[in-house]
Design a protein around this ligand. Sequence first.
Ligand SMILES: *[C@@H]1O[C@H](CO)[C@@H](O)[C@H](O)[C@H]1NC(C)=O
Ligand SMILES: *[C@@H]1O[C@H](CO)[C@@H](O)[C@H](O)[C@H]1NC(C)=O
Ligand SMILES: *[C@@H]1O[C@H](CO)[C@@H](O)[C@H](O)[C@H]1NC(C)=O
Ligand SMILES: *[C@@H]1O[C@H](CO)[C@@H](O)[C@H](O)[C@H]1NC(C)=O
Ligand SMILES: *[C@@H]1O[C@H](CO)[C@@H](O)[C@H](O)[C@H]1NC(C)=O
Ligand SMILES: *[C@@H]1O[C@H](CO)[C@@H](O)[C@H](O)[C@H]1NC(C)=O
Ligand SMILES: *[C@@H]1O[C@H](CO)[C@@H](O)[C@H](O)[C@H]1NC(C)=O
Ligand SMILES: *[C@@H]1O[C@H](CO)[C@@H](O)[C@H](O)[C@H]1NC(C)=O
Length: 630
Amino acid sequence: MGILSTKSIARLSVLAACGLANASSLPQANSLDAFVEKERAISLQNVLKNTGPNGSRVPGAGAGVIVASPSTVNPNYFYTWSRDAALTMKMIVDEFMLGNKQLEPYIEQYIHSQAVLQTVTNPSGTFLPNGMGLGEPKYNVDLTRFNGAWGRPQRDGPALRAIALITYSNWLISHGQKQKAQTVIWPIISNDLSYVGQYWNSTGFDLWEEVLGSSFFTTQNQFRALVEGNSLAKTLGVKCTGCDQAPQVACFLQESYWNGEYFIANINSQENRTGKDANTMLGSIAIFDVNAKCNDASIQPCNSRALSSFKAFVDAFRDPALYPINKGVPQSKGIALGRYTEDVYFTGNPWYLITAGAAEFLYDAIAQWIRQGSLTIDKTSLSFFQDIYPAAQAKTYTPNGRSPEFPLILKALKDYADSFAAVVEKYTPADGSLAEQFNKTSPFTPVSAVHLTWSYAAFVSMAERRSAQYPPSWVPAQGSAALPKQCASSSTKGVYAPATAAGAPNVTATCTSNVRFEVNATTYFGENLLVAGNTTDLGSWSVGNAWPLDASGYTSQRPLWAATIALTAGETINYAYVRQEDCDQKPIWESATANRTLVIPPCDPNADPNTVVIVTNDAWQGPTGKSGGC
Ligand SMILES: *[C@@H]1O[C@H](CO)[C@@H](O)[C@H](O)[C@H]1NC(C)=O
Ligand SMILES: *[C@@H]1O[C@H](CO)[C@@H](O)[C@H](O)[C@H]1NC(C)=O
Ligand SMILES: *[C@@H]1O[C@H](CO)[C@@H](O)[C@H](O)[C@H]1NC(C)=O
Ligand SMILES: *[C@@H]1O[C@H](CO)[C@@H](O)[C@H](O)[C@H]1NC(C)=O
Ligand SMILES: *[C@@H]1O[C@H](CO)[C@@H](O)[C@H](O)[C@H]1NC(C)=O
Ligand SMILES: *[C@@H]1O[C@H](CO)[C@@H](O)[C@H](O)[C@H]1NC(C)=O
Ligand SMILES: *[C@@H]1O[C@H](CO)[C@@H](O)[C@H](O)[C@H]1NC(C)=O
Ligand SMILES: *[C@@H]1O[C@H](CO)[C@@H](O)[C@H](O)[C@H]1NC(C)=O
């Protein structure tokens, strides 16, 4: 694999730029340098092993399909998520532009796979006429729909995919391939930007797939996508439907999430958390532009509010009762970081991608202050700085004055950033493999999905920033947006068309009719009921891809399980119910004699899309289940 050597670039590091190369504590830095260089190469190779069609860990994955993890049980991550795949592809595009030309086929196959994926009808909806299906968070690795219960829609996927593809399109344009950018790639981007412009002001699930509301990470990436999508459209001489929403998205980002101390990760939601969440830090590193001003509307890493949020988030994990792994680490040093303190998933542990992300966030901010030749501390960011440089004051520091403080503050920041990278080093197994999490409790070993693609992608981008390698700028010279006088709810109706030049099937509007499946089935606590059928809508008889029914109407009088499902109008279906047992026991199907069929009526394009055209009245026919008692 032709991995770009980072050695030569590392010499241009922050310390050298500040004239501080000799003042660093060399032995430690050297060991971290060696680790980062080695792990960067390992990480990129592991990303490719999780990418179809040839990835050795993901047999069966389609061409260009980036699988979240090869893990198929506890947890089963053998799917492709739009978010994880797009963030990973952005890293691949950046590495390609930094010189690794062997990555080109991965980019080309991703483009093709996403053009196809955009048209796949799924539980979030159809592609045509309203783009609803683009909000689907995950698909099977052969690019078919996934019907299981999930937090959907998630509205960051289209924005992140647009960002990755815009970056590549800009590279093509600067390398004499404007025509390809316009005819092949722009149609995919255009659908995604239409989706963003139409739905940014509607709720969806956050990046951790748990909270229905508005998510800072999502809004911030939506804003970036619209701004740079608009610039690309101008270069190509095409119209961007949806990009006109950018100022309102910026207004929402600025005004609605800030609580005076930090950006609350999720708003417009029912959850009851503090809102201190890796969400906001990961958002700022995803929209990082080394040339942007710290007060840019996009909320860059060097933004005072972003720094204050970073401190609030990190400090929440310093509590040794919550995270024994961080016991005894001083306030000025990096620690192991999880998603948010209330997390209970796998009992809530530190994540590799978040701990590496903290280092990346700080490298980003340092690079911005160096680029600007100035660092302004204000009362919002003061306590962030005082943790690592106690003499910090609310004022502007520059390298030119008589005071040596500008380089000293940057040195303290660089050490702080490195201390987060060193935490990743400390808990990475000798073979360099990165799972999703590592245990917050001794012996601090890897937890949850093995070989998590996003962990590897996050490591590579952190390593790029540490080596002073920055992605192309996207913030226009005059700043990313002027805010409207007043924030307002708004939306622009999108224009959607299959990206046929990139390989999408030439689909036409899919007409669906809502069927409400209702079945009486007495079940024990812990048992679930699913409906499966012979069409792709109903998972083609696969239990893993059947639709979960909901027991919220279940009473002692009527053991009702139900779900409303949009099915392709006009088709005839063969369907059956299946019991999903607890304790990993085998599922139980209905007896063959049940053999149910249904003719789905043609749809009425003028009807309310929520109209239910058929309600079944079924009763379970088959053996009952028995609790495994685990
Ligand atoms: C995958 O393998 C096939 C067959 O060896 C090859 O033609 C293709 O270029 C490979 N794809 C990538 C992305 O390496
Ligand atoms: C929609 O935008 C308005 C104005 O910024 C904001 O107050 C509201 O919370 C937003 N709602 C959602 C769901 O994005
Ligand atoms: C939310 O949290 C607060 C403080 O922890 C608690 O007092 C309150 O009962 C919680 N509300 C809900 C709905 O869980
Ligand atoms: C973490 O380690 C503790 C102590 O060894 C163990 O009890 C626990 O099950 C581990 N957590 C996970 C999620 O594996
Ligand atoms: C796609 O189908 C439409 C009609 O449904 C047709 O007008 C258009 O030319 C087709 N496009 C391609 C690329 O085949
Ligand atoms: C499903 O079954 C029905 C009824 O037997 C049949 O008419 C239909 O063609 C089948 N569909 C598929 C995709 O096999
Ligand atoms: C169910 O009925 C359809 C025709 O309606 C038939 O094609 C199919 O084989 C039957 N399935 C079973 C399991 O009997
Ligand atoms: C399901 O239960 C309801 C309420 O008891 C009853 O009215 C209905 O007929 C039952 N359906 C079937 C198919 O048995």
